[in-house]
Design a protein around this ligand. Structure first.
Ligand code: CAA
Ligand code: FAD
Length: 384
């Protein structure tokens, strides 16, 4: 067992930390207040190779391992979770899904610019569309239909809560082709945002990750060529589940970053703020909160790294990624609330950052499978 990071992993971690401090930190409070999509930050992430981190270089990616991805996600999420959710969706849902299950032609046409995050010099990212107004956790109950018309599918329906909904150029859309086959009748289709029949709704006004662009997207008689189906006929739900196992490592790392960002702020504050004639860190109630934060964050990090290691070593990481996501998101929520408490009244205002981290933490317990869904995946996995 070796807990040391390699030299390359340390370099990536430092690059991500520097990027978070120099590019993400300036304006983070204003972007949150104004719900401004961090386009400039995402564009610079693309230039750094962080939008296709694990994609092989021959498809425009950086060819890094999943451990490096966890390290980078943690550092960026310490500062701006609206940037990191966009990074997570593009890397581990869209790029990974196409790399693992796409055809060579799909990889050339879509994966390569998506991994570079740019096409013709413009931002080029993707979105993953499983959720619907009546099919969130209950993801097999897809109402969106992809009617088989011979050489194309006719796509109709509504997807909601879509991250990168308006800024993405490419969507991976899950839709029902054959209701009678249930989950085996679902297909995943590659859809371009500017095709006729695609309509993007208004941006959601959210509690947290307010810079991230979350939208409802409607499809009306959208013609999707057969060659844009990912995998065999009926593979769409399995595709979603397999891809989400990797996606959950991304969101686990996001939660880990939110937790460690909140902890670092709380620790520094506790060293300087005085009450009753001494720094508040000298009050055991505060010191013990910091001890618990440190311990839980370390445990969350180990779960994230183990899931990443399993993925890099081609093992089944379904249970590990759900455990990492569940534990890290619970840790993020708890740590961020306690970090506000350590700051007292100052924690309740925007300038000290912890109130934003507390709002951002909540979503990590909901998206890419709620905490309850992670417990379903873990319990089914260990009991089967
Ligand atoms: N690989 C292959 N097949 C799989 C599979 C996998 N990993 N997981 C499930 N399947 C198959 C099952 O074997 C089953 O096949 P049979 O009917 O032949 O047995 C079929 O798919 C249906 O599976 P389940 O019976 O397990 O399905 P279920 O209805 O009980 O649901 C669930 C299981 C775990 C709750 C699943 O629906 C789920 O994960 N829901 C949460 C959805 C989710 O995470 N959404 C995230 C959207 S993306 C997002 O959120 C992005 C973002 O915010 C940034
Ligand atoms: P529901 O499924 O209705 O759940 C409601 C409550 O019931 C939850 O507490 C849930 O855990 C619980 N529950 C449901 N079923 C069970 C059960 N069997 N056992 C125990 N408890 C249960 N989706 C995408 O496809 N792509 C995206 O890019 C995307 N981005 C998102 C961004 C944001 C900001 C948000 C808020 C959501 C996003 N989602 C996205 C959707 C997200 O994945 C869903 O919100 C999530 O899966 C939960 O679905 P739901 O909201 O329909 O809640």
């Amino acid at each position: 067992m070796n807990f040391e990071l390699t030299e390359e992993q340390l370099i990536i971690q430092k690059a991500a930390r520097d990027f978070a401090q120099s590019v993400c930190l300036p304006g983070v409070i204003e972007r949150d207040e104004q719900q401004k999509f961090p386009k400039e930050q995402i564009s610079q992430l693309a230039d750094l190779g962080f939008l296709g981190m694990m994609v092989p270089e021959k498809y425009g990616g950086a060819g890094m391992d999943t451990i490096s991805y966890v390290l980078a996600m943690e550092e960026i999420s310490k500062v701006d979770a609206s940037v990191s959710v966009c990074m997570s969706v593009n890397n581990s849902l869209v790029c990974y899904g196409l790399e693992a299950y796409g055809t060579e032609a799909q990889k050339q046409k879509y994966l390569t610019p998506l991994a570079q995050g740019k096409k013709d010099g413009e931002l080029y990212i993707g979105a993953f569309m499983l959720s619907e107004p009546e099919a969130g956790s209950d993801a097999t109950s897809q109402r969106t239909t992809a009617e088989d018309k011979g050489d194309y599918y006719l796509l109709n329906g509504t997807k909601n809560w879509i991250t990168n909904g308006s800024s993405a150029s490419v969507y991976l859309v899950m839709a029902q082709t054959d209701m009678a086959k249930g989950s085996k009748g679902i297909n995943t289709l590659i859809v371009e945002k500017d095709w006729p029949g695609v309509t993007v709704g208004a941006k959601e006004n959210k509690l947290g990750i307010r810079g991230s662009d979350t939208h409802t997207v409607m499809f009306t008689d959208v013609k999707v060529p057969k060659e844009n189906r990912v995998g065999d006929d009926g593979f769409g739900f399995a595709f979603a589940m397999k891809t989400l196992a990797g996606g959950r490592i991304g969101i686990a790392s996001q939660a880990l970053g939110i937790a460690s960002g909140a902890y670092e702020l709380a620790k520094e504050y506790a060293k300087t703020r005085k009450a009753f004639g001494t720094e508040i860190m000298n009050h055991q109630a505060i010191a013990f909160k910091l001890a618990d934060m440190h311990m839980k964050i370390d445990a969350a990090r180990l779960l994230c790294l183990k899931a990443a290691w399993e993925k890099d070593n081609h093992k089944d990481y379904t249970i590990s990624s759900s455990m990492a996501k569940l534990y890290s998101s619970e840790t993020a929520m708890w740590t961020a609330i306690e970090a506000v408490q350590v700051h007292g009244g100052y924690g309740y205002v925007k300038e000290y950052h912890v109130e934003r981290l507390m709002r951002d933490a909540k979503i990590t317990q909901i998206y890419e499978g709620t905490s309850e869904v992670q417990r379903i995946v873990i319990s089914r996995g260990i009991l089967k």
